[in-house]
Design a protein around this ligand. Structure first.
Ligand SMILES: Cc1cc2nc3c(=O)[nH]c(=O)nc-3n(C[C@H](O)[C@H](O)[C@H](O)COP(=O)(O)OP(=O)(O)OC[C@H]3O[C@@H](n4cnc5c(N)ncnc54)[C@H](O)[C@@H]3O)c2cc1C
Ligand code: SF4
Ligand code: SF4
Length: 1020
């Protein structure tokens, strides 16, 4: 009973399991190694291959799946966002993903302030729906955008404001759940319970009664204790009672059970009024110890949160231009030395004035504690919001450490009573230094739960150090009467500490509870009951046996091929990390599975997941599949074809190379570049299609087509004669539903004399107010009016313009014998996986631009995807320092103009607009933070009242939206937000800088979107 099943037996059963699931349910069944591998990890250091993965569509599907698994003796593991930090969401089981289809509110009772939801509902979505009613669900975990209510209940999750609202266990009113035999039971108020729930409740009550003295001795009295099962529901030990009226609620037994007792079908939750006002007081400390020591006094003022940010994090934020200004709003004196720590003390309530009194009380308290003048009062809501964002980003920067040593979470949420917090943190800091590591401290000072992750290298001596540090930390927790597991659960890394925490009798009772609920031990085995050792390397994602296959990538990944120093966090020189895949594998391994890419509304990442909600279309799914392929874990015989394999194709298929992950992924996983690697390897394997060639070589043949009389008009017939479009779709796979860009016979380049005035050498230009303006293929051949508009604006502003062109350039220092006379950024080649061709083409442009960049001349582009190639891919193509210098001068037109205005060098003096302006940012523009300058510039047009459309990718993504197999997904991406926003404003200008964005807008709304250059020129 409760022993792990024999893996061989499971392998045999997989086929039978899959067959029955396919026959008897409507859900999605996955058994291939790549799909299973995508569900083999959570945000912990562990990995276990599932037997199979099941994505149910209906509740009946789940019930049937549990039944089938029980009959076949296969374990079941329910899964939400998979963001757990302790390995509780990994296991050799049938993993059932609730997050795709089970995300509905089932019942909302405003009078009684409760809501009943399905287990896959994401916290932020729930709170988004509750906001209009002035309510919220206040267990505000940091992963609110990804964490599901089922997973939060499974882990007994806790938010930053738990001091005011409690943990999950304090906020769940009832759970309907399937038991391991497929039976449904209703867990709620014990006094009113009936049937199997009552029987189980009676059984647990019997155990609790017998063990009352043990419970009172061994259950820590702190609010933050999430270890084991809540056997104390009958004799509560938590600082905060589980129920307000002292009654016993059986659902609390399931909260924190990590999928080991029952499978939640629906959860009834207690709601709280949304606080109308919040103020923040930021206390600056010259000593970390003093900060920790003060927390016990501060909480007496009744704050809703007291959060710590230590000096390392403050310094990290100060060193980052995007965060510097905000973090400095929290400092008493930003010219002085960085404080050792700050505490963010939040008060919230119905009225503002009493909160200001609280701030005063905080200032007085700090004075009494000998720290007069140490508080920065922050009553402004916007400033507060920004500061909370920086607190989160600080952690992200810490997590982005390159090299094999990573901040590992295993003692990151021990909770100690506040009066011992200072001594505990001091002692643990000493432990870290004893083992050659260091901890950065942050988070919930209010409840004595500070997150800290020493840097360990799990492929080398990490496991030994982990055990040693854990042993010493546990002794400290015992000394200070704390809880070893205070927030993130037990899983694989803390399971073995349950018996340490509670003693043998309670541990035995927990096993009896498990047996009563799940006699065959099929629900998430090995968690809470019979756990493995935390340092059992066979459960590690990176065990010492982990090996990367040797590989020569197409791009330069040496910046990732480094190792780090766990104390100073300094990294070794690029290329010295020992990665057989020359840094590509290490870049892929940066994904720590935190699930931040499971975004639905905020920012851009990941557009494909937003449409499909499939793990494989998530940045995380892609990174995991790549990691498994590059470490030869995908059951493939031929090592050499891993990167270009069909398994990788499947995950890359819907990656639109939007570059959002590059910016928004906390650890900087840059999937757009990885897709280039895949395309390069894949196309080498299968060859290029006619469509690839047509897209890739467009910059080469565009000139020829436009110069042959009547040919442009002839080709344009395709947009008007449906059978031609159909034929093209059949031959080339270009969707007949799309219109194609219109060929012109008069283009920007068609009159060479017209460009003669725009030819200067770098020397000549540097002596004037000069700029380089790139004439990209799209704006030169298809929308030359944009280039003309840009020239008009720049000329009106008094700039001399150089437009790179091979035949006319006096400055070109290479003579290329190619059929095309125009330079090109190589983007279209990269999109087709022709990296060598892209290097050759971009190399010419780099050679041409280098002297201009060397003279500090701004290099201006109009098409974001072309311009940002100079700031991104060009840096990893072996062009050396020249590319770096060029990247420092490359900018969009609006970035250049906005900077000139800010510097007081430019006054555009624009006319008033006749209608308001809507702006849609191109994904690459967002990735490089170039949307703000566009908005700043548009604000200079009187009456324009520019509004930014909150949208992800428009869905075109270069050629993606034209491809027949992607047309539907492309339209869905556009319909997610962009097109509806435009339709809602029929009388606005729509401004979009991306050629393909404009195309999508025209196709989807029949509205013309214009480039910013055009709208500026129109208002000169
Ligand atoms: C960067 C980061 C920050 C975090 N911050 C916090 C924080 O502030 N506070 C906090 O408490 N945690 C935090 N966590 C941990 C984690 O995000 C939370 O515990 C979260 O609530 C888990 O939700 P999930 O949907 O991802 O659950 P999963 O990881 O998918 O599942 C969690 C557990 O619940 C079980 N489960 C899931 N669904 C069901 C179901 N239907 N029935 C029965 N059992 C089920 C699973 O089997 C598993 O054991 C953080 C994690 C990361 C990576
Ligand atoms: S890709 Fe980035 S955001 Fe997504 S899970 Fe991995 S680390 Fe997190
Ligand atoms: S580039 Fe865009 S689509 Fe591709 S993984 Fe990153 S966020 Fe997702």
């Amino acid at each position: 009973m409760n022993k792990p099943l024999d893996l061989k037996e499971l392998m045999v059963d997989r086929a039978a399991l899959a067959k029955r699931l396919r026959q008897e349910t409507s859900g999605e069944v996955m058994t291939d190694s790549a799909s299973r591998g995508r569900y083999a990890t959570d945000a912990s250091i562990y990995q276990a291959m599932p037997v199979a993965v099941f994505v149910p569509k209906t509740a009946e599907d789940i019930a049937t799946a549990i039944q089938i698994a029980a009959e076949l003796g296969i374990p079941v593991l329910p899964r939400g966002g998979g963001t757990s930090q302790c390995g509780q969401t990994t296991g050799a089981a049938l993993v059932i993903d609730n997050s795709k289809y089970f995300r509905n509110i089932l019942d909302l009772n405003l009078d009684k302030t409760y809501v009943e939801v399905e287990p896959g509902m994401v916290l932020d979505h729930l709170n988004g729906s509750l906001k209009q009613h002035g309510l919220w669900y206040p267990v505000d975990v940091s992963t609110a955008g990804q964490a599901t209510i089922g997973g939060m209940a499974g882990n007994n999750s806790c938010g930053s404001r738990s001091i005011a609202y409690g943990n999950m266990v304090h906020n769940v009113l009832g759970i309907n759940a399937w038991l391991a035999n497929g039976q449904i039971a209703e867990f709620g108020n014990y006094a009113n319970s009936s049937g199997v729930a009552k029987q189980l409740g009676d059984f647990v009550k019997g155990l609790a009664t017998t063990l009352q003295p043990e419970i009172e001795t061994h259950f820590p009295k702190v609010l933050r204790r999430v270890a084991g099962y809540n056997l104390d529901i009958f004799h509560p030990q938590s600082e905060l009672p589980y129920t307000q009226d002292g009654s016993v609620n059986l659902s609390h037994l399931l909260v924190g059970s990590e999928g080991t007792l029952a499978y939640f079908k629906s959860l009834k939750l207690k709601l709280a009024p949304l606080p109308k006002h919040k103020v923040l007081g930021i206390v600056n400390f010259a000593s970390f110890y003093k900060a920790m020591d003060s927390a016990q006094h501060i909480v007496k003022l009744g704050p809703t949160a007291v959060e710590l940010v230590d000096r390392t994090m403050i310094d990290l934020a100060r060193s980052n231009p995007s965060f510097k200004k905000t973090i400095e709003t929290a400092l008493i004196d930003h010219t002085a030395q960085t404080p050792e720590a700050i505490l963010l003390v939040e008060f919230s309530g119905e009225a503002h004035a009493p909160l200001l009194e609280k701030l005063k009380a905080l200032e007085e308290l700090m004075g009494d504690l000998g720290l007069a003048g140490s508080v920065v009062p922050m009553p402004d809501a916007n400033l507060q919001k920004n500061l909370w964002e920086v607190r989160k980003a600080g952690l992200n920067i810490m997590m982005s450490l390159k090299g094999d040593g990573k901040p590992v979470s295993f003692i990151e949420d021990c909770a100690v009573p506040l009066e011992s917090l200072a001594d505990y943190t001091q002692a643990l800091t000493d432990v870290f230094s004893k083992y050659g590591s260091r901890g950065t401290w942050y988070a919930h000072a209010s409840v004595g739960t500070l997150h800290v992750r020493p840097i360990l290298d799990m492929r080398r001596d990490g496991a030994q150090k982990m055990r040693a540090v854990a042993e010493e930390a546990s002794a400290l927790v015992r000394k200070y009467k704390g809880a070893y597991s205070g927030e993130h659960g037990d899983g694989l890394c803390r399971g073995e500490w349950i018996s340490w925490q509670f003693g043998p009798k309670i541990t035995e009772a927990l096993a009896e509870i498990k047996t009563a609920f799940d006699p065959k031990g099929l629900f998430n085995p090995g968690k809470i009951i019979n756990p493995p050792k935390m340092d059992d390397a066979s459960n590690f994602r990176f065990p010492p046996s982990y090996k990367v296959i040797p590989l020569q990538p197409a791009l330069d990944w040496s910046a990732w091929n480094v190792q780090n120093n766990p104390v100073t966090e300094e990294t070794s020189a690029p290329g010295t990390g020992g990665d057989p895949a020359m840094g590509l594998a290490k870049a892929v391994e940066m994904c720590n599975n935190n699930g931040h890419c499971r975004k639905f509304d905020a920012e851009v990442m990941c557009p494909s997941y937003r449409v499909t909600r499939d793990e494989k279309h998530l940045t995380r799914g892609r990174a995991n599949t790549l990691r498994l392929a590059l470490s030869n874990q995908l059951d493939m015989k031929d090592e050499s074809s891993q990167l270009g394999s069909d398994a990788i194709k499947e995950v890359m298929e819907l990656c639109v190379s939007c570059k959002a992950c590059r910016r928004e992924c906390p650890t900087g996983v840059d999937m757009a570049k990885m897709k280039i690697e895949f395309l390069s390897a894949y196309k080498k394997r299968v060859g290029h299609s006619l469509r690839d060639v047509a897209v890739a070589y467009l910059p080469k043949y565009a000139g020829t087509i436009s110069s042959i009389p009547l040919l442009p008009a002839l080709l344009n017939l395709r947009n008007h004669i449906a059978p031609i479009a159909k034929l093209q779709e059949w031959i080339m796979g270009i969707s007949a539903q799309r219109s194609l860009p219109i060929w012109k016979s008069k283009t920007f380049w068609s009159n060479p004399k017209a460009i003669t005035p725009y030819q200067y050498s770098a020397d000549e230009l540097s002596k004037q107010k000069g700029v380089v303006l790139l004439a990209d293929t799209f704006n030169a051949y298809f929308e030359d009016e944009n280039l003309m508009a840009a020239i008009k604006v720049l000329t009106a502003a008094g700039y001399q313009i150089h437009i790179p062109h091979k035949s006319q350039s006096k400055a070109a220092n290479t003579e290329q014998n190619t059929c095309s006379k125009e330079f090109c950024c190589g983007r279209t080649y990269l999109a087709a996986g022709m990296v060598d061709k892209a290097k050759e083409t971009l190399g010419e442009l780099v050679n041409h631009l280098a002297p201009y960049a060397g003279k500090n001349i701004p290099i201006i582009g109009l098409e974001p995807s072309c311009l940002f190639t100079l700031k991104d891919e060009a840096l990893v193509m072996g062009f050396g320092e020249r590319a770096v210098t060029i990247s420092q001068h490359a900018q969009l037109l609006e970035e250049f103009l906005a900077n000139e205005v800010k510097a007081g060098k430019l006054n555009l003096n624009l006319k008033a607009a006749s209608k308001p302006v809507l702006f849609h940012g191109h994904c690459h523009q967002k990735s490089f933070a170039a949307v703000t300058p566009a908005m700043e510039l548009l604000k200079l047009i009187p009456n324009a009242e520019p509004k930014l459309i909150e949208s992800s990718c428009c869905g075109m993504a270069g050629s993606f939206g034209y491809e027949a197999e992607h047309i539907e997904v492309s339209k869905q991406m556009a319909e997610a937000s962009l097109l509806p926003s435009i339709r809602k404003s029929p009388d606005s200008w729509v401004v979009a800088d991306g050629t393909s964005c404009r195309h999508q807008i025209a196709d989807g709304t029949q509205r013309e979107a214009v480039h910013i250059a055009k709208i500026l020129a129109a208002h000169l």
